[in-house]
Ligand binder design. Structure first.
Ligand SMILES: *Cc1c(COP(=O)(O)O)cnc(C)c1O
Length: 505
């Protein structure tokens, strides 16, 4: 336990609970900057911009010194958790380490300083980066072509389903329905609905896999596509994926694969080889680009040949002399889904990751991700209930059945885990497992870190058995404990606003 206690987050260093003292540090006249003397003519901004674009009163904008602003943000960063701090086993999210080599490359002048309107002649290097990444991802997925434009996984899903719609429309009928398994991520039904399709639920069998007889019964000429995650959200590989693809294709439907779980497949098997027509990748999961607050996402969509004419434009293509250009002349394109070329900085990082690892490194990464998940599964099975015995790939899903007998639920265990210095796993997902604990360690973790996590999970299970009250109040070592999660979702406060000037000022 001594190791564990050392790891307990020390985030609650002395900080007042008075929000005004924490956030309102401003006093008039303080500055955190010093500007050189003006070396251009001093003009009136009203004359320059037009008075209608210039505000008279900005309210009380904060005025702080340099050390105050540095401490403010540094301190707030310690109230949060990061993959640079410790293990972040948030299942389905693949919170792997963002290697610093990616950042070194992304900061090179010609890359970081490039302008999206730079002429093609001066952008050959950056066009080549996009082309190389596209080629690598096509190779990894076994698909025929790809667009790098979408800015997130869910955005990729929308792009992919729009491609399917455009293709089916060109055949004369866009169809009405999309089949979605009960184990799917919530973005899948949302995508189908936003693209104008009815969602039809497809049930899983007792092994946690797509129920083939149900699929056969539900598949008909009204179904545009099946959206399948593989391995699915139970971390289980769809063993009959070829058969599933055949059932879809026989009735003219398309197989969409949610590729969020590609960290279990890279270098081992390719969706293009097992019948997938369209899939998205999450560069911010599988390909080590920052996730969430660390940067924008990127969700490229890979496709088979028959969907190529519909890809978003522009597409990077090669001229006969080997130079590259952007092709806008694509009459069947679904159009643009993102300004410029998508989140280019993320393309650079993903390519750096792929090249730094190479084919053997990527394969080893997959093997280590699967090994780590199975190590946790083996060490915690029995202590935590394992609802499906089907072999795990890169993540393992337990349930809180054993702990629920004492009134301790998956959310409580997750909160207590924070006191032990770990980010929680994913709670209550997938929905087909009541009280799910979804754990994805990724390949980034050493055996020592995994052992500490396992020790912490065991310690929490022990507390659930013998001292459940302590768990109900957790976490204790964070600046805020249990939040009103409903209010946080329904009435979020997303930005600081200056207080109105008082009459005295
Ligand atoms: C993360 C995830 C998504 C959505 O990706 P975002 O980049 O968050 O939009 C979709 N499906 C699955 C299975 C995921 O894990």
């Amino acid at each position: 336990m001594s190791n564990l206690n050392d790891k307990i987050t020390k985030v609650a260093t002395h900080v007042s609970q008075n929000e005004d003292l924490i956030f309102e540090k401003s006093s008039p006249g303080k500055k955190a900057y010093r500007l050189p003397p003006l070396d251009v003519p001093d003009v009136d901004e009203r004359a320059l911009l037009g008075a209608e674009y210039v505000r008279e009163d900005l309210g009380n904008m904060p005025e702080v010194s340099e050390i105050e602003i540095i401490r403010h943000f540094t301190r707030m960063s310690t109230w949060n958790y990061a993959v640079d701090y410790g293990m972040y086993p948030l299942g389905s999210c693949t919170m792997k380490y963002n290697a610093r080599i990616n950042e070194v490359v992304a900061r090179l002048d010609g890359i970081a300083g490039a302008h999206p309107y730079q002429p093609e002649k001066l952008s050959q290097g950056n066009l080549r980066i996009m082309k190389m990444l596209a080629d690598q991802l096509v190779e990894i997925t076994g698909m025929d072509s790809i667009t790098l434009q979408p800015a997130a996984g869910a955005h990729g899903e929308m792009t992919g389903i729009l491609l399917i719609r455009a293709y089916l429309e060109s055949q004369g009928n866009p169809r009405k329905k999309i089949l979605i398994p009960d184990s799917a991520h919530g973005t899948n039904p949302a995508t189908a609905a936003i693209c104008g399709y009815q969602v039809e639920n497809l049930k899983s069998n007792s092994a946690g896999l797509t129920d083939i007889p149900s699929l056969v019964a539900q598949m008909n000429e009204d179904v545009a596509a099946l959206m399948l995650t593989n391995p699915n959200t139970l971390g289980v590989f769809e063993q009959e994926i070829h058969k599933i693809a055949d059932i879809l294709h026989e009735k003219g439907g398309q197989l969409y694969m949610d590729g969020a779980n590609m960290n279990a497949l890279v270098g081992k098997t390719r969706p293009g080889d097992f019948g997938v027509d369209v899939m998205h990748l999450n560069l911010h999961k599988t390909f080590s680009t920052p996730h969430g607050g660390g940067g924008p996402g990127s969700g490229p969509v890979a496709i088979k040949k028959h969907l190529e004419p519909f890809l978003p434009k522009p597409v990077v293509v090669a001229n006969s002399d080997g130079t590259l250009r952007l092709d806008y002349d694509r009459p069947k394109s679904i159009g643009r889904v993102r300004m410029y070329f998508g989140n280019f900085g993320m393309h650079v990082r993903a390519l750096a990751y792929i090249m730094a690892n190479g084919p053997d490194g990527l394969r080893l990464t997959t093997e280590d991700a699967v090994l780590n998940a199975n190590y946790i599964r083996k060490k915690l099975a029995g202590i935590y209930d394992l609802p499906y015995s089907t072999p795990s790939m890169h993540e393992v899903v337990f349930s809180d059945r054993n702990q629920a007998r004492k009134g301790i639920k998956t959310g409580d265990i997750a909160k207590r885990l924070i006191d032990y210095g770990f980010h929680p796993y994913t709670t209550s997902f997938p929905l087909i497992v009541p009280g799910a604990l979804m754990i994805e360690p990724t390949e980034s973790e050493s055996k020592e870190e995994l052992d500490q996590f396992i020790e912490a999970m065991k310690a929490v299970a022990e507390e659930a058995e013998n001292n459940p009250e302590i768990i109900a109040g957790a976490p204790y070592n964070t600046r805020v404990s249990r939040m009103d999660e409903t209010a946080a979702a329904r009435k979020p406060i997303l930005r600081w606003k200056p207080k109105a000037k008082s009459a005295a000022e």
